[in-house]
Design a protein around this ligand. Structure first.
Ligand SMILES: *[C@@H]1O[C@H](CO)[C@@H](O)[C@H](O)[C@H]1NC(C)=O
Ligand SMILES: *[C@@H]1O[C@H](CO)[C@@H](O)[C@H](O)[C@H]1NC(C)=O
Ligand SMILES: *[C@@H]1O[C@H](CO)[C@@H](O)[C@H](O)[C@H]1NC(C)=O
Ligand SMILES: [Ca+2]
Length: 507
């Protein structure tokens, strides 16, 4: 009833405004100004109207400081849900902003830039081609299908008007400026003690911190990740970080909060070498307590960049042969546009940069998928179960680091393909077998299998950066993440591609 009243008021307001604007249209001088104003008003009303209607697929922004920024929430089945940041980019952000009546996006945001996801994820792996008018018309995994954690909310900063879009650069810099952080030991000079508490064993629990003579306190969970946990495990002599969680599972919700915004690179020997908020700032619930699990034996994936350089090559392939791949989002969005618009789409060719991905587990424990077996998905096209949604990413970037093309190999079937002498392979994809990579075994995705490529059809010849990374979202703990990516140069001419100069790095 209230919504209906609001609607009537809105429509009435709309009519009055338009009439007033028309009466004022006498002077040619102010005509242009008025027209601009009118367009703005109409846009704003359209947006408010859509929100009020509460119709399927409506979107809204939450957690921002004003109405043109925030995490994206979408309405499905009468309930609002969050959107996960996997594959969340400019194209998707633009669609969301335009649906809200803005001119487009200044920036997509990820990792819960505007706070943790407050609701169940309705959408994950959203792929828009940019022509969609509403977000739910983009391709995605299906309502409610997601493997995302609450820290992975997707958001946007929308452009208020044309001027905003021109000022994009300046605003982008402004967004980058985070609240000030300082090294812990530079502020707390009287000494900092740490310990784990509340765990079932001594190598897990909530992190407790004692600053000088004050009482023991807990640490805010915002931004708490495996990199910070790794430092704590190392400092306490407990091995490596297997899990970093933001939860009161290990208690601590009644304790005072000692520090927030802890941020480590991951190789520090002591937590006091990490950064933290100068001023304690931990918005959100009291359950947001930094907690962790340390383990002595951990897997350690190492990406083989030599094999990547040796095997990279181009292939031109007709869309007819790529239909399975299209179902799994392994081609660029332009291909879907061609499929929609061209009658002979299956004769169009795509240019693929193919390469072999060879991943060794050089750790001391098996690498197991982050998703339990009963949640694995059967993929009809490729006739096997997918156990890990984002096991690897393949990106082509320009020399400034902007992403121009990406592989979308949706999922991987982890198995022992080759093992060092004396090691028996144990993981096999066939027959719903257990998936994983044993210590001293490698999982090999040869360049000739489906989806093992980046679709570079829209790329112009030139020099680029090619980056391949495994376990890129750090969903599974490892001894080190500094050997998980190969960052290489890609030389691309009309007819030839070479990947060279690879260095190892972090995803
Ligand atoms: C009003 O301005 C337009 C261009 O902006 C011009 O073509 C037109 O002649 C002007 N009309 C009057 C009455 O000045
Ligand atoms: C990289 O950025 C510089 C300056 O911002 C610009 O002049 C150059 O064209 C950019 N290069 C690419 C490949 O986008
Ligand atoms: C794996 O290989 C390394 C180096 O060859 C060796 O030191 C280690 O013992 C092996 N681990 C297992 C579990 O076989
Ligand atoms: Ca690793």
């Amino acid at each position: 009833m209230k919504a209906k009243m609001n609607r009537v008021v809105l429509i009435f307001g709309f009519w009055i405004t338009l009439s007033l604007v028309s009466i004022c249209e006498t002077s040619n001088d102010t005509w242009n100004k008025i027209r601009e104003k009118k367009a703005r008003i109409v846009k704003k009303l359209k947006k408010d109207f859509r929100k009020l209607k509460k119709q399927e697929g409506a979107v809204k922004l939450v957690g921002g400081e004003n109405e043109y920024e925030g995490n994206v929430e979408i309405l499905h089945d009468g309930k609002w849900g969050s959107v996960c940041d996997d594959e969340w980019d400019y194209l998707e952000a633009n669609v969301a902003c335009r649906q809200l009546g803005f001119d487009g996006a200044i920036k997509p945001t990820t990792n819960g830039h505007f706070g943790q996801a407050r609701r169940k994820y309705w959408m994950d792996n959203v792929y828009c081609d940019g022509s969609e008018e509403e977000l739910f018309k983009c391709r995605f995994d299906g309502w409610g299908r997601s493997d995302c954690e609450s820290s992975e909310a997707a958001g946007v900063i929308c452009a208020r008007d044309q001027q905003d879009r021109r000022d994009r650069g300046a605003i982008r810099d402004e967004v980058k400026a985070k609240p000030e952080k300082q090294r812990i030991k530079d502020i707390h000079r009287q000494g900092v003690a740490i310990r784990l508490a509340g765990g079932r064993v001594h190598s897990e629990g909530r992190l407790e911190v004692k600053l000088g003579n004050s009482d023991w306190g807990v640490v805010c969970g915002d931004g708490w990740s495996l990199f910070e946990a790794a430092v704590v495990c190392r400092q306490l002599g407990l091995g490596y970080a297997s899990d970093a969680v933001q939860t009161n599972f290990f208690g601590g919700e009644k304790m005072p909060m000692a520090i927030s915004g802890v941020q480590c690179h991951g190789d520090e020997n002591s937590l006091v070498d990490c950064l933290h908020d100068k001023v304690l700032d931990c918005p959100g619930s009291v359950e947001n307590v930094a907690s962790l699990v340390c383990l002595r034996d951990m897997p350690d994936l190492v990406f083989d960049h030599i094999e990547l350089m040796r095997t990279a090559h181009l292939e031109d392939r007709q869309l007819f042969w790529l239909q399975c791949a299209m179902e799994e989002n392994c081609v660029a969005s332009q291909a879907y546009r061609i499929q929609k618009e061209s009658e002979n789409w299956h004769l169009e060719t795509r240019r693929l940069l193919r390469f072999t991905a060879r991943i060794l587990n050089a750790g001391t424990a098996d690498f197991r998928p982050s998703v339990p077996k009963h949640l694995w998905e059967w993929h009809m096209c490729h006739m096997h179960y997918h156990s890990m949604e984002v096991f690897a990413t393949f990106d082509v970037l320009d020399l400034n680091g902007s992403r121009l093309a990406e592989g979308h190999k949706a999922s991987f079937c982890l198995e022992d393909n080759q093992c060092l002498p004396g090691i028996e392979p144990r993981y096999k994809c066939a027959n719903y077998g257990d998936q994983g990579i044993s210590v001293n075994c490698t999982d090999v995705y040869r360049h000739n299998i489906d989806c093992q490529w980046v679709d570079i059809s829209e790329l112009t010849p030139g020099e680029y950066v090619f980056k391949v990374a495994v376990n890129p979202e750090f969903k599974v703990g490892e001894m080190s993440f500094d050997n998980n990516a190969a960052i290489c140069r890609l030389r691309y001419t009309e007819s030839f591609a070479a990947v060279h100069g690879c260095v190892m790095g972090r995803p």
